[in-house]
Design a protein around this ligand. Structure first.
Ligand code: PHE
Length: 378
């Protein structure tokens, strides 16, 4: 993965710089770091996650805090840039002396920052980065979501069995570790099931004109197009596909999850499907109570990212209580033995590679909204 191999020289130069700045929480508080895209083309990812984390922090503080101390979160905006993610996480750890870091949503950004947390021995929990390489960075890196080998299999099975299509085109974001990894898993599984990938095209995050790739895809006569990207580009791709008379359903993954998806796409995604971590239609009381509380506070229904943000914070607080300390190695060990933690996005048990095994849902874009189709167990 591209960002893993980045030299950490910049990070350590900054660490030396920040080390003189003091920092650390006072004795009666526990300081947590959070980094995410609060601005940029994936801003809703960072904002929803922050909202979920805020709810968890307020809830735990209202019931007396963690180890008898109040929890305080320092939030950094990485603007959706991997280099900036590495810089702000270095600052959070070396200058602010946070005892753990929550973030990022996007795998490329978590991959850029995780080596810093690993090097300092400070646990990092990504709520929602699904690329397998993220937790392979080291034993201080955890996640609260499923991984892409599962998510890609879910969508290949959905295309093959539920939709019954055999000819699928792929349009992947080559600057995005998540998109490339998920596309590969989908392609492998779909072919193994007897399907044909009629065209495999790419774009780069930030692009706004996809007509050349879509014209090539149209010529390959697909029955569906797999687009494992993020919502801003996916919304534009959908519009341009329809303009070109390409009317087959688009298929995607969790990166579609945003309140902005249908604002950008208009009607263009109606009838399209994507996999996700949870559904607003889930009748479980844990999810419905969270949705009601979130809606009351933020004036809109939460996406899956808000729930994952909430779960990652609550999982961390649970581990701190079990460890009885905020010291890095003890906290790492407590996180590693997380067993049946009752998250609102599902039960969380860490496997040996610090990845939870959780179900996925398939959702359909319909009449400007998102509706539940099915749940796929691991
Ligand atoms: N899974 C995506 C990644 O790893 C991020 C994401 C998760 C986006 C959930 C939206 C919802 O990059």
């Amino acid at each position: 993965m591209r960002y893993l191999s980045r030299p950490l020289a910049t990070a350590f130069a900054l660490a030396v710089l920040f080390a003189g700045c003091g920092g650390g929480g006072s004795d009666d508080e526990i300081l947590i770091g959070e980094f995410g895209s609060l601005t940029g083309t994936t801003a809703t990812f960072g904002i929803s996650t922050r909202n979920g984390i805020d709810m968890a922090v307020d809830e735990v503080n209202a019931r007396g805090g963690v180890l008898g101390k109040q929890v305080r979160v320092i939030v950094e905006d990485d603007q959706g840039r991997p280099e900036e993610a590495q810089t702000v996480v270095t600052k959070l750890i070396a200058s602010n002396r946070v005892i753990a870091v929550l973030g990022e949503v996007a795998s490329s950004r978590t991959l850029a920052a995780a080596p810093v947390a690993q090097q300092y021995g400070v646990p990092l929990i990504t709520p929602s980065s699904t690329n397998p390489a993220v937790t392979q960075v080291g034993d201080f890196i955890f996640r609260t979501c499923f991984i892409d080998p599962f998510q890609g299999l879910v969508m290949a099975k959905f295309a093959n069995e539920t939709l019954g299509v055999t000819r699928v085109a792929v349009l992947r974001d080559i600057r995005n570790d998540y998109s490339v990894g998920l596309a590969d898993v989908f392609v492998d599984n779909f072919k193994r099931m007897g399907g044909v990938i009629v065209s495999d095209q790419s774009y780069s995050e930030g692009d706004t004109d996809f007509r050349a790739q879509l014209t090539t895809i149209r010529a390959s006569n697909p029955q569906a197009i797999f687009v494992p990207g993020y919502y801003t580009e996916v919304g534009l791709i959908a519009r341009q596909a329809r303009e070109l008379g390409l009317n087959v359903p688009l298929l995607g993954g969790d990166g579609w999850d945003s309140p902005a998806l249908t604002e950008i796409a208009g009607d263009a995604l109606n009838g399209s499907y994507f996999s996700n971590h949870s559904s607003q239609d889930d009748p479980s009381p844990a999810i419905q109570n969270f949705i009601a509380a979130y809606e009351k506070r933020f004036g809109a229904k939460p996406d899956a990212l808000a729930g994952l943000g909430y779960d990652s914070a609550m999982l961390l607080f649970d581990a701190i209580e079990r460890a009885g300390t905020t010291e890095g190695p003890a906290l790492r060990d407590a996180l590693a033995v997380t067993d049946n933690f009752p998250g609102i996005t599902g039960q969380i048990t860490m496997d040996a590679n610090r990845n939870p095994i959780k179900p996925a849902v398939v959702l359909q874009v319909k009449d400007g909204g998102i509706s539940y189709v099915e749940t796929i167990e691991p």
